[in-house]
Each structure stands twice: as C-alpha cells, then as structure tokens.
Ligand binder design. Structure first.
Ligand SMILES: [Zn+2]
Length: 362
C-alpha cells in the first residue's frame, strides 16, 4: 500500500528533486563530452595526424606533382599577424587546406617605407591602388617613425606556436622586413649573417627548434644568405619570382638548398590592373594557374583582412577544379623525390604592378 504520510511524501519529493538534479548534471556531462569529441575532430588536428601518410602515398604517385597550389602567407606587420593571421587560419581550417606562414622575427618598422616614395619606381601608384591606410592602419604606418616598432614574432609568440601545432608550416620572413627589403642586395657577408643569426635565434626562442625554411621580404636576396641557408641545412627557401623549382645560382656559385619561387602575381600587383572586384580578380587568379605546381603569395594584411572574400572564392573555385593545397615544405619533399633539380641563375628585374626590383629566376 502506498504510504501518503507527510514524511513519506517529503521523502518522495526529495528523491524526485535529486533525480532531476542528477539528470541535469548527466545531460551537461554528455553535452561537454560531445563538444570535446567535436573539437577532437576539428580539421587542424586532423591535418596533423594525416599529413605524413598522405605525403608518403603521394611520393609513390607520379601524378602527385600536378594541379598543386602552395599557399605562401607573408606576414609583413604586427597588425597583419594579430588580425589577419587568425582569420586566414580559420578560413584554411574551414576548407581543409594547408598553407605555409612566413613571419618576420624582428620589429615592425613599416613607417620607414615612407622614403620609398623617393627610392622605388611605381611606389606611389601601387600604394594608391592598394589603399595604404585602409590596409595597414595609421598606427602601423607610424611604427619606426613616431611609435616604437613592436617585435612581430615575440609579441605574438603564442599565435605563432598555435599555427605550428595546427599543422601549418611556420618559416622566417626576415628579421626587420623593411630593412631587409631595402638593403639586403648590397649587404656584405658579415652583415647578412648577423641578421640571419638573430632571426634564427628569435625563431628558436618562439618555436623551441631550429628554422628550416625562409621567404625573403620583398623577394630580395644575396649570395651570402643563400650560403647561410645551405650551411644551416634549410629544407628550401622561397626568395624569388619565377616559374619552376630549382637550385639557385648567384655570384658564380650554385647552392644546394632548393628555391621555390612565387609563380603567380600577388593581389597588390593585380588589383586595379587585372580587375578591381572580387569576381574579376578571382577569375584572373584562377586563369593564371598552370596544371603543375603553383605558388601563390598572399599577405596577412590584404587577404587576411579586407580581401578575405576573394581568397575564399579562389579556394572554392580551385578545389572545385581539382587543385590540391600543399605546404611548401611538402612540395619541396615531393619535387626532390622526383629527381635532381636544374640549376638556374638568379637575376634582378621588375614585375608588372610592383614597385622596385625583385629577384627573378632567369
Ligand atoms: Zn613580406
């Protein structure tokens, strides 16, 4: 018989309330577990786990060198690092594509570029087409002039390490981007090695290991830097504009570290000349691709901010056309496994839409 005495009713109510609390807690636990399972399946972690076997199977496949895009992200400023890089990483994660990021290891002295008005051919017209204040912001343009330049890698060390943990490649983009761009061509051996040694030391401090890849700021390079990369056992470097991967020859010496040139124009070279809206520029970049290996340099300050829609539309269009995205370090491995690379001379010249000269594959 059911006991309806006050003490028994009270006891039943307590039991029901306790059961309710337990059910709520169980539901919360299950929800938390499913979130952590979802997080465990996020693309970046997946990328880390699958990269090696995928590369191994591609090394056995003779078609593995066709329809490849190497996305090379150049970070030029602290602003680009802080605001552009996280948005780019989120975009790549969303579409499951891999990329290589190159970060300056020294201070942001973007303000020093003001003097390029007098020293670089076409600087003003390029600056006008790109929209300098809109792209960099006033604060960045004062670094090195009225404001002290922040250290790009050290100030964003956690973000740099996160990129690496998520499976992206992180290489060096010089020490002081502006100084390298404007002076490296004429620096001597000691001056060049001092800059590179300091950049490598900051990289070690941030990443806890030696650097293995480098991309020259402004596509400017000298033979002392190439010798230093060889001495330090770099996997490859990406310092020039060109069409194919090769062993670089400069100053009468052929170096043993492969050179992966940027093969496509950059957005700042194309905007206003090849198109001015997302649709026409997407078409221009997709039409510029070859069926071999394509290296596209994007900038954290441009494609990572105002032009992120353009990059997403390019990624969607190229994935639909069967292109695959590889980190530059994986491209270097794939290419070297396919046979010896030819030696090509590095020269200096001009590319359409860019102010000043750049190093070119001859
Ligand atoms: Zn750069």
């Amino acid at each position: 018989m059911r006991d309806d005495s006050p003490s028994s009713v009270y006891l039943r109510c307590r039991c029901v309330a306790l059961l309710d609390v337990l059910l709520v807690r169980l539901r919360r636990l299950l929800a938390a577990a499913s979130v952590s399972i979802l997080n465990a399946n996020r693309p970046p972690l997946h990328v880390v786990n699958t990269q090696a076997p995928k590369l191994k199977s591609e090394l056995r496949n003779p078609d593995s060198l066709t329809r490849i895009i190497g996305l090379k992200v150049d970070v030029d400023t602290c602003e680009g690092m802080k605001r552009g890089v996280p948005r780019l990483a989120a975009l790549f994660r969303k579409h499951g594509v891999l990329a290589s990021f190159f970060v300056p290891m020294g201070k942001d002295h973007t303000g020093w570029t003001v003097k390029r008005v007098f020293t670089k051919r076409g600087f003003l017209s390029k600056a006008g087409r790109v929209g300098v204040i809109n792209t960099y912001g006033i604060k960045t343009l004062l670094y090195g002039l009225l404001l002290p330049g922040p250290n790009i890698a050290l100030k964003n060390a956690k973000l740099v390490r996160t990129l690496n943990e998520e499976g992206y490649e992180v290489g060096i983009h010089g020490l002081d981007h502006v100084y390298w761009h404007d002076h490296i061509k004429t620096l001597n051996r000691e001056e060049t090695r001092k800059i590179l040694a300091e950049a490598a030391s900051v990289y070690r401090e941030v990443m806890g290991r030696d650097p293995l890849s480098f991309a020259a700021p402004g596509w400017m390079i000298n033979e002392h830097a190439l010798a230093w990369f060889e001495e330090k056992g770099f996997t490859y470097t990406s310092d020039v504009r060109g069409t194919s991967i090769f062993m670089p020859r400069l100053g009468g010496v052929t170096f043993k570290v492969p050179q992966i040139p940027t093969t496509l124009p950059t957005l700042d070279e194309a905007v206003g000349l090849k198109g001015s809206d997302q649709e026409s520029l997407t078409r221009f970049f997709v039409d510029s691709l070859t069926d071999g290996i394509n290296i596209l340099t994007v900038h954290a300050e441009l494609e990572g901010k105002n032009w992120i829609g353009l990059l997403e539309s390019f990624i969607l269009e190229t994935l639909a056309r069967g292109f695959r995205y590889q980190r530059l370090t994986d491209i270097a491995t794939l290419v070297q496994a396919s046979g010896p690379l030819p030696a090509h001379e590095i020269g200096f010249g001009f590319v359409e839409g860019r102010a000043g000269e750049v190093a070119l594959e001859k």
